[in-house]
Design a binder for this molecule. Structure first.
Ligand code: NAP
Length: 487
């Protein structure tokens, strides 16, 4: 590609459904619009799949499964490795595309393309390490052979907030394990996934292994596929509310499920913490992705001795963040995904202030066009404020004060969610004690970012089921088969 232009990167992407290795229009030729959340401008139209198109995509995945399962692990590994290299060679255009459809600052979009690429590198390495076992039975007379096989055709559903990485985290291990798949990206950000499908094809992925359906009717298209019975697994990343509904649907044919759901991360700062590091970590945990991350720090609990100073320093940092369109140099606070997101943040801030919270900076929307909300710090946020139990999904940092460790842990655990918790302390015993007591699948111990393709990502309680990434990530796409051997 020559010089990058906004229209150039949008024009370069396939806008049709990707089924059986071919780009095809939706039945009836329907399309829906993809918008730039920073301007409200329509970027392009993409195919709007019907339930029949979904069935055609599942047919293609089912037809490709048997041959794909027989491929050599090394062959699958090399496709993944090529995808990693291709993604890294096209960071600039893919990042611009992502910023246009999702709004995140260009620097973060580049980071996400690199992060997505890392899943392909990691699972290229994992594809050739699928293990098994040979064991003498306890009575000594028989033998146990244990082997792992692909679960079969998978349905993958991803959210808009990390439009490429959340796909890579599922597609990478599915390819490594030998599964075929149908993926449905979020309606607001289909372009990154369509671009990824083209890259995987260029990397050598055979027709039918990956099928992409874009649709404005997610329930109408996915439910028949889930209940069809031929797909053997659903891997979903999105809200807990939709996850619950999908779990019910999966019960019908007893599908394997992986659920990466919502979060409400507490961020604990103890009196003995390194305050510079805590403020730095708070900025990362809060402002990555404009606060629109399942891992976003949603509640800051700060011990009384450092609370005022922490709030002062965080306010200083937050109030200095440049706000604007993600394509502009230096911008950190891009637009939220849509006007509903701005309305939700506005409502949550109004609720907190009506209960006594004080605004230290921000606290308002920004005149349009675009869906902007100012970086905001609130203090004296009471425990019964709605934001203590709901995901904010925006650039708002609510601070509450605590006096002792038990109080902090109880407040942190007082949520239906359990994805990630952050802890800042320099006391080793406290660090381990609190890490063990927190009900979360992941702990950021003196660090504000936990995501890493080589680590097991996932939540407890209503934040989900299963883990993505790490050495366990591939197991989510494998069945264990035991062969009882009589000698
Ligand atoms: P969402 O509304 O649950 O949507 C997620 C995906 O599900 C989208 O592709 C959506 O399609 C689809 N969907 C919606 N209703 C459906 C239905 N009835 N049947 C099948 N699919 C359906 O979540 P979101 O607003 O996109 O994403 C934000 C949420 O994701 C937050 O709660 C966040 O915490 C969570 N998240 C979790 C993780 C994690 O790893 N735990 C990572 C990222 C995000 P449409 O786009 O067409 O609505």
């Amino acid at each position: 590609m020559g010089e990058l232009t906004e229209s150039g990167v949008v024009d370069a992407v396939g806008k049709e459904l990707f089924i059986g290795g071919k780009w095809v229009p939706s039945s009836g030729g329907r399309t829906f619009a993809v918008e730039d959340p920073a301007t409200g401008r329509v970027l392009c139209e993409v195919a709007d799949a019907s339930p029949e198109d979904g069935k055609a995509a599942l047919d293609a995945a089912v037809a490709a499964q048997a041959d794909w399962a027989k491929t050599a692990p090394r062959e699958r590994s090399e496709i993944l490795r090529r995808a990693y290299e291709l993604l890294n060679s096209r960071v600039d255009e893919l990042a611009l595309l992502m910023t246009l459809e999702m709004g995140k600052p260009l620097a973060e979009a580049k980071g996400e393309v690199a992060y997505a690429a890392e899943f392909f590198r990691w699972f290229a390495e994992e594809a050739v390490r699928i293990d098994g076992g040979y064991q003498v039975a306890p009575n000594g007379s028989g033998r146990f052979l244990v082997t792992k096989q692909p679960v079969g055709p998978c349905l993958l559903i991803t959210p808009w907030n990390f439009p490429m990485a959340m796909g890579g985290r599922k597609i990478g291990p599915a390819i490594a394990a030998g599964c075929t798949m149908v993926i449905k990206p979020a309606e607001q950000t289909p372009l990154s996934m369509l671009a990824l499908a083209a890259i995987l094809t260029e990397a050598g992925l055979p027709a039918g292994v990956l099928n992409v359906v874009t649709t404005s009717d997610p329930g109408g298209v996915m439910e028949p596929m889930i209940k069809d019975g031929r797909a053997r697994k659903l891997s979903f990343t999105g809200s807990t509310a939709v996850g619950r509904k999908l779990l019910e649907q999966c019960a019908d044919k007893v599908l394997r499920t992986s659920m990466e759901l919502g979060g409400n991360a507490p961020f604990l700062v103890f009196d003995d913490a390194d305050l510079d590091a805590a403020v730095e970590g708070a900025m990362q945990a809060k402002m990555r992705n404009i606060g629109e991350a399942c891992t976003a720090a949603n509640r800051f609990y700060v011990q009384r001795g450092v609370a005022d100073e922490f709030a002062r320093r965080l306010t200083e940092r937050m109030s200095a963040l440049p706000l604007g369109r993600g394509t502009e140099p230096g911008v950190v606070v891009g637009p939220l995904i849509d006007s509903d997101a701005v309305a939700k943040v506005t409502e949550l801030v109004a609720d907190a202030t009506s209960r006594g919270a004080k605004v230290l900076t921000g606290g308002t929307t920004v005149d349009g066009p675009g869906n902007f909300y100012q970086a905001t710090v609130l203090t004296e946020v009471p425990r019964d404020a709605r934001m203590a139990s709901e995901e904010i999904f925006g650039p708002v940092a609510p601070i509450s004060v605590f006096d002792d460790e038990d109080e902090a842990v109880a407040a942190a655990n007082d949520t239906e969610y359990g994805l990630v918790s952050y802890v800042y302390t320099n006391d080793l015993k406290r660090a381990l004690r609190v890490s063990e007591a927190l009900e979360a699948g992941m702990i950021g111990l003196n660090q504000g970012i936990v995501s890493n393709p080589a680590a097991p990502f996932g939540g407890v309680k209503q934040s989900g089921l299963g883990r993505e990434g790490g050495t366990v990530g591939i197991d989510e796409f494998l069945e264990t088969k035991y062969i009882a051997v009589s000698l």
